[in-house]
Design a protein around this ligand. Structure first.
Ligand code: PNW
Length: 446
């Protein structure tokens, strides 16, 4: 499909998909209902000092009870696609064994309700809520967790399979590696670099095993990984900064992209980690074949670029959002999409997350003005449009997020939604950006 720019407008390809994304722990609440077990995010968020204001996902946006109203919101927005995740501990309370029918039923209702409203479901299997029992057995440091994940995935495929056209395996393995195991900001709150990269390997292995499990069911649905990619730029034009940027990119992007799409980990990253690293020692014969099982699409999540200094550090160059890690740089969307297509070939791409936290103000008239989000999305949509014009097979775009939600360690203070959630009443108010997005969808362009 080719993009056809009109006079003063940007038109997207005729079949372009517009969507929004969420994840289970961030919106569902109902932490103890219908046989749900505990996840590492229950443990982490209930541990004093781990999240802002001690916030937890116990109630969140109460989507578990308000799903029908939320589906109506999606229909009113005109969404083509809704990306959500399945909570592993709702399906297997302890991470193993026979699936919990009440858990499957919830997602079945959701999927059916989406179809009834003309919205296509896109389902992420793992968005960080690992069953606590599996963490107690070593979590992602334990190779066995990847096999447990494949069993869980199989249960979900069989439970919802024929109604879900697109599956995503692991959401942002890099964020688990970095936030969960390098810096400790996310569950399970570890700071252990050697463990971190073994965890990366097991998450990649889990991805590949899930791809194989889907194929084994005979399903014709499509499946792929969901990577948050960071375009890396040198902070100056010295050879040292170029070399540092190259290695930084290896850790941020190629570690994940190469293993899935080329069947090898990047040699420079492996050399940097060293032969004694737990990652290198943890690679068994045949693992890369599993990890590089053919995928149908690549889900890209883009939020921020990284500027790398000659000594391998980072600096800020652009305006920072309310999230201290996010610099606003729409061109990065163009750069990362065109780069993936250039380096890995024409694998279909869906943007599964992009968005901005805004200090949303509820006006006296009850409207929520988030002008900053509109400007951010407009500029990033335009960059994606240019990427399509440059030949990137981008098929859809999902804004993060549909609803304000539990922003992990930042709790409820950061609001990322197109739709405002008044947590005291659970009332939903579409923000100005939601009204604007509805128009973008209906015009299929800007
Ligand atoms: C994503 N970074 O995480 C997650 O998939 C969502 O669950 C989350 O709510 C959303 O982005 C907003 O934060 C990210 O450091 C975490 O660049 C960190 C980064 C990017 C995305």
């Amino acid at each position: 499909p080719t993009a056809t720019p009109g006079a003063g407008t940007l038109r997207f390809p005729r079949d372009f998909g517009w969507g929004a994304a969420t994840s289970a722990y961030q919106i569902e609440g109902a932490a103890k209902e219908d046989g749900r077990g505990e996840s590492i995010w229950d443990t982490f968020s209930r541990t004093p000092g781990r999240t802002r204001n001690g916030d937890t996902g116990d109630v969140a946006a109460d989507h578990y009870h308000r799903w029908s109203e939320d589906l109506d919101l999606m229909r009113d927005l005109g969404l083509h696609s809704y990306r959500f995740s399945v909570s592993w501990p709702r399906i297997q309370a302890d991470g193993t064994g026979r699936p919990n029918q009440r858990g499957l039923d919830f997602y079945r209702r959701l999927v059916d309700g989406l179809h009834e409203r003309g919205v296509a479901p896109m389902v992420t299997l793992f968005h960080w809520d690992l069953p606590q029992s599996l963490q107690d057995a070593g979590g992602w440091e334990n190779r066995d967790t990847a096999y447990r994940f494949a069993d869980y995935a199989d249960a979900v495929f069989r439970g919802l399979g024929d109604q879900v056209p697109v599956w995503l395996t692991v959401n942002e393995p890099k964020t688990v590696v970095q936030n969960g195991y390098l810096w400790g900001h996310h569950a399970p709150g570890r700071q252990d670099p050697d463990a971190a990269y073994l965890v990366a390997h097991h998450l990649q292995l889990a991805h590949g095993l899930a791809v194989r499990a889907l194929r084994a069911t005979g399903s014709t649905a499509r499946i792929g990984p969901a990577f948050n990619l960071h375009p890396c730029y040198p902070a100056d034009d010295t050879p040292a900064a170029a070399a540092a940027t190259r290695l930084y990119d290896g850790y941020e992007n190629r570690l994940y992209l190469d293993s899935v799409l080329t069947g090898a980990y990047p040699a420079d990253v492996l050399a940097d980690l060293g032969e004694d690293s737990r990652l290198v020692r943890g690679i068994a014969d045949g693992d890369l074949e599993i990890i590089s099982s053919p995928v149908d699409l690549l889900a890209v999540q883009y939020y921020t670029p990284i500027y790398v200094t000659a000594d391998g550090g980072t600096v800020r160059r652009w305006a920072t959002s309310e999230a201290e890690w996010q610099q606003i740089y729409p061109e990065g969307m163009y750069d990362i999409l065109t780069r993936v297509t250039r380096d890995y070939g024409p694998v279909p791409i869906t943007v599964t997350e992009n968005g901005l936290p805004c200090p949303d103000v509820v006006g006296a008239d009850g409207t929520v003005d988030d002008a900053g989000r509109i400007a951010f999305l407009r500029d990033h949509f335009a960059a994606a449009h240019r990427a399509i014009a440059a030949g990137v097979p981008l098929e859809s775009y999902h804004v993060w997020s549909l609803l304000d939600n539990f922003e992990w360690a930042e709790g409820y203070d950061q609001r990322w939604g197109l739709v405002y959630v008044d947590y005291a009443t659970q009332r939903r108010i579409p923000k100005r950006s939601a009204h604007w997005y509805r128009q973008v969808i209906s015009d299929n362009g800007l």
